[in-house]
Every structure is written in structure tokens, then in C-alpha cells.
Design a protein around this ligand. Structure first.
Ligand code: ZN
Length: 345
């Protein structure tokens, strides 16, 4: 085993990430060491690159960033008996505690002591990643490393989409970023009737229409009321998946929903945003906040769906070698990309 590795590090408290050499992590008895093959660049990584207020409050410097990955197990801690060397894997990037009521009830994704790799702990933009064996998710042969590297955001999409029963329902998704697009593909896959996705960015709407069987709507040009007429919806949409964090989009969603409609919210509004609560009350709307993935039920469901035909590979629009990471981040920041994958092999 080599003693040093290449990584992308937040080395200074300012804009950017830096290519560095760092020691290969030492693993504890319950950990594995993963050789990273592919990583996805997340919106979170852009916040860290930009060093915005959230990143300054959250991320220690220096830190190896990145949390979306696929790789192969190359070392096992001495207590790890249920995994093997050479096993291809991805993994849950939330490192949970075992003390909270939620954790002890098995609701690991609700543990308030959670720490994130690439955000609070050393991350996956590196040739090697240490991960607790508990967090490892083995990849079946049908799931390639490109898809394996984006299971984290696909998990966000699946967790959001499966928050409510979508079978036969009319679904409105606001925000055609990669997670919104993947949620649209999932909604279609599990049997929604109409899936409408909105944005104001034509490139993202084009990508949505290429990846999933959805109705893309540019809300800068077309009103959702006319879309409802076009699709002959009697009242409106049954379920909304809010992926944009945009308060206008949420407002349009509440307006377009049926009485008793349901909303799963993954998009993060910037700061406090004004909400017309009276309309939510009078329409008897249920809102669920979605964080991360259910550990490990979301992983189980998404791998099962990928095995039975869910295809989201088209959401990857750019691939770069890891040394071209600056091009990858530029593609992300252009607002025109889908998922961007870096190749570490
Ligand atoms: Zn992510």
C-alpha cells in the first residue's frame, strides 16, 4: 500500500479547492479503506468551493472535500467480517452517532449527531477514503462506477419521490437540476400518471426531457394553469416535489396542488422566506421536509429500481479526469450541466 495519495483539499479559507498530496488514511478496526474510482461533484461542493457563509460556518480548513463516490475495498479493519477485499462499493456519507433516540430506534437518517464526509470529516475527493464498514453499500455488477458515484444525489431524489405514494398520481416537480430530473425519472418509474417538471433554465429542461419521460415547463414562458388545462387535470397536481429552494416555485406549487395535496421539500430556500400559510391551511396541504437518504432503506430501494430498469445515466453530462477538476467545477457553475463526474482511476 502506498503511503501518500492525491486529493482535492479546501486548504485555505477562500474561494477554490487545491490538489494536494496527503497521507493515505489509517483505518480503525470497524472501518474499510476504499480506493476511489469515480466521484460526483455536488452543489454542496460548489458552496465549499465558493466559500459562502454556510461553508465558512460549517467546513473546517484544511479538509478533503467530496462525498459522492464509487470505488473498491482495498483494506478491511480487523472487526470487519461481512465485506471482502475487491468488493465494488459506494457508501452513505453521513456518519451517524449511536446515542440519540432516533438512532437507537433505527431511524439513522434522523440522528442529530450526524457528521458528513467532505463537509465535517475527511472526504472522497481522494485516491483513498476511510469509511466505517457500516456505511458501505456494495454495488451489484449491473451498476457501473458512473452510476455508483451519483447514488448519493439519486438517493436524495428517491427519498423525496418516495415520500408519498405516486402510483397513478399527477406529480409536479419544481426545479430541473440533476436531483429534480432524477426524481422525475423515479416518479415515472414507480407509476405516476403525469410528471411535470418546471424551471426557468432551458438547458436544464432540455436535459430533463432527454433523461425522463416528463413534461418540461418553462415557467418564465408558460403558466402552470395552462399546463393543467393541457393535461386535462381536473383540479391540479396531487403531489409536489420541491427541488429548487425558490420561494416563487413553492408558491406556484401550492397554487397548482389539489385540495389535500402533499409536498415533499428537498430544495433549501436562502434564509427565511415568506410563505402564504393560510392557503396551505385552507388547502389542507401536507408538507414534509426531506434530509439526506433513509439509511439504508433508500439505498435498498434505489439499487432495486436500478436493477429493474430505472435509468438515470443520462443525467451525467460531463466527465473529467481528476486533474481537470477545475473544468468540472466550471461546468457545474455554468448552470448548464447535469451531474459532473471526476475519474480518479
Ligand atoms: Zn451530494
Amino acid at each position: 500500500m502506498r503511503s501518500e495519495m492525491v486529493c482535492l483539499e479546501k486548504s485555505h479559507p477562500r474561494e477554490g479547492l487545491w490538489r494536494r498530496t496527503a497521507p493515505v488514511p489509517e483505518i480503525g478496526p470497524d472501518d474499510v479503506l476504499i480506493r476511489v474510482n469515480k466521484t460526483g461533484i455536488c452543489g454542496t461542493d460548489i458552496h465549499i468551493w465558493n466559500w459562502d457563509d454556510w461553508a465558512q460556518r460549517t467546513v473546517p480548513v484544511p479538509l478533503i472535500t467530496g462525498h459522492e463516490f464509487a470505488g473498491e475495498i482495498v483494506e478491511l479493519g480487523r472487526n470487519v467480517t461481512d465485506l471482502s477485499l475487491g468488493q465494488r462499493c459506494s457508501g452513505e456519507g453521513h456518519l451517524i452517532g449511536h446515542h440519540s433516540r432516533q438512532s437507537r430506534a433505527g431511524k439513522f437518517h434522523l440522528d442529530p449527531e450526524t457528521r458528513g464526509i467532505g463537509v465535517n470529516e475527511q472526504g472522497a475527493f481522494a485516491e483513498y477514503l476511510r469509511l466505517p464498514a457500516f456505511n458501505v453499500v456494495p454495488l451489484p455488477d449491473e451498476i457501473d462506477d458512473d452510476t455508483g458515484a451519483i447514488l448519493d444525489p439519486l438517493g436524495n431524489a428517491v427519498h423525496t419521490a418516495l415520500s408519498f405514494d405516486l402510483v397513478g398520481e399527477d406529480v409536479l416537480i419544481t426545479g430541473a437540476g440533476p436531483i429534480g430530473i432524477m426524481a422525475a425519472a423515479v416518479a415515472r418509474h414507480v407509476g405516476a400518471r403525469n410528471v411535470v417538471i418546471t424551471d426557468v433554465n432551458p438547458d436544464r429542461l432540455d436535459l430533463a426531457a432527454r433523461v425522463a419521460d416528463v413534461v418540461p415547463v418553462n415557467v418564465a414562458k408558460e403558466d402552470l394553469a395552462s399546463v393543467k388545462d393541457r393535461l386535462r387535470l381536473q383540479q391540479g397536481f396531487d403531489v409536489g416535489l420541491e427541488m429548487s429552494g425558490n420561494q416563487i416555485a413553492l408558491d406556484q406549487m401550492v397554487d397548482a396542488l389539489v385540495m389535500g395535496g402533499r409536498i415533499a421539500m428537498l430544495g433549501i430556500p436562502p434564509g427565511k422566506s415568506p410563505v402564504d400559510w393560510s392557503r396551505i391551511v385552507f388547502k389542507a396541504i401536507t408538507i414534509k421536509g426531506v434530509y439526506g437518504r433513509e439509511i439504508f432503506e433508500t439505498w435498498y430501494k434505489m439499487i432495486a429500481m436500478l436493477q429493474n430498469g430505472l435509468d438515470i445515466r443520462g443525467v451525467i453530462t460531463h466527465r473529467f479526469a481528476r486533474d481537470d477538476f477545475e473544468k468540472g467545477f466550471a461546468a457545474m457553475k455554468s448552470g448548464k450541466s447535469g451531474k459532473v463526474v471526476l475519474d480518479w482511476a
